[in-house]
Design a protein around this ligand. Structure first.
Ligand code: CP
Length: 304
């Protein structure tokens, strides 16, 4: 059977996603659908939400989970990524969930595995600046829960789109479900090329905040800000911190506005602390909770 990977939102049809969400809603963890299946996680970058929720999702569904530490593996002795994957497969692992700093590293591994007639299923838990498909799927699930239909809904994505794999996966998936996307952030972090994704770009946040149904904040990735693309954190916040005061100035009240963030939040840099836990507007903890449900669905859909 050809392996069934989750690598990019570009590969996902509306029907596939709707089928996944149906499965998420009817899944019965007590049936242990992944019993006797071995799943490995291999994270080359730090993670709390994605790693823990994938590992909990797999173990809740009955799988045996192997949590690999790349710093302690033979990759450091020259073993290739492909050899590592094939060694894990020979040990009975059926799927590897990978976070990698290089954009496209997981595609290259999938191509090599295909040539080697491997049956491993790869799941992309974030590759460089490119894609984070399980985050986009849990964001979409959370939005459909809150708003029902996304057709024509106005979604504003604010921040460092250039480095953000969350932004790229979300743009792709939310557009497939009919949402209208606007990006806002400094021109250095949203270069002109983003317009070819079929989104609006408005570098003036105070204007961009008007008449939006949802704001998705992006984490300012301080570990990737070494190229002088922002003058300082203070300067960034002056232009792009989403605060209660700024929202009220732009649109009079919060209304039914929903606020999302993939986490971890830099409070006071991209989002004011009082909005992180806002009881009506914030969906941030709901995103985390749905992350577990949606990742259970992803594993069941790909591996059962
Ligand atoms: N949203 C997200 O990917 O968070 P982690 O880096 O904690 O997994």
């Amino acid at each position: 059977m050809a392996p069934n990977h989750l690598i990019s939102c570009q590969d996902l049809s509306v029907e596939w996603v709707e089928d996944l969400f149906g499965l998420v809603d009817r899944l019965r963890p007590e049936d242990k659908p992944l019993k006797d299946i071995k799943i490995a996680t291999l994270f080359y970058e730090d993670s709390t939400r994605t790693r823990v929720s994938f590992e909990l999702a797999a173990s809740t569904l009955g799988a045996e989970v192997v949590s690999l530490n790349p710093r302690l593996m033979s990759l450091n002795k020259g073993e290739s990524f492909l050899d590592t994957a094939r060694t894990l497969e020979a040990l009975g692992v059926k799927s590897i969930i990978i976070r990698h700093p290089d954009s496209g590293a997981i595609d290259r591994l999938a191509e090599s595995l295909e040539k080697a007639a491997s049956g491993l299923t790869l799941i992309n838990a974030g590759d460089g600046m490119r894609e984070h498909p399980s985050q986009a799927l849990l964001d979409l699930y959370t939005l459909k829960e809150a708003l029902d239909d996304l057709q024509g809904k106005q979604i504003l994505i604010v921040g460092d789109c250039l480095h953000s794999r969350v932004a790229k996966s979300n743009i792709d998936l939310l557009k497939k479900f009919g949402a209208q996307i606007t990006l806002s952030g400094p021109p250095t972090l949203i270069p002109y090329c983003f317009e070819r994704f079929g989104v609006n770009v408005n570098h003036n946040l105070d204007q961009a905040l008007r008449e939006k149904d949802v704001i998705i904040l992006l984490r300012l990735q301080q570990e990737r800000q070494h190229k002088g693309l922002i003058a300082s954190l203070r300067d960034y916040s002056r232009g792009y911190l989403v605060s209660h005061e700024r929202i009220i100035k732009a649109r009079l009240d919060l209304g039914d506005l929903k606020i999302m963030h993939p986490g971890p939040v830099n409070p006071g840099v991209e989002l004011e602390s009082s909005l992180v836990d806002h009881p009506k507007a914030s969906l941030i903890l709901r995103q985390v909770k749905n992350g577990l449900k949606v990742r259970m669905g992803i594993l069941a859909k790909l591996l059962c």
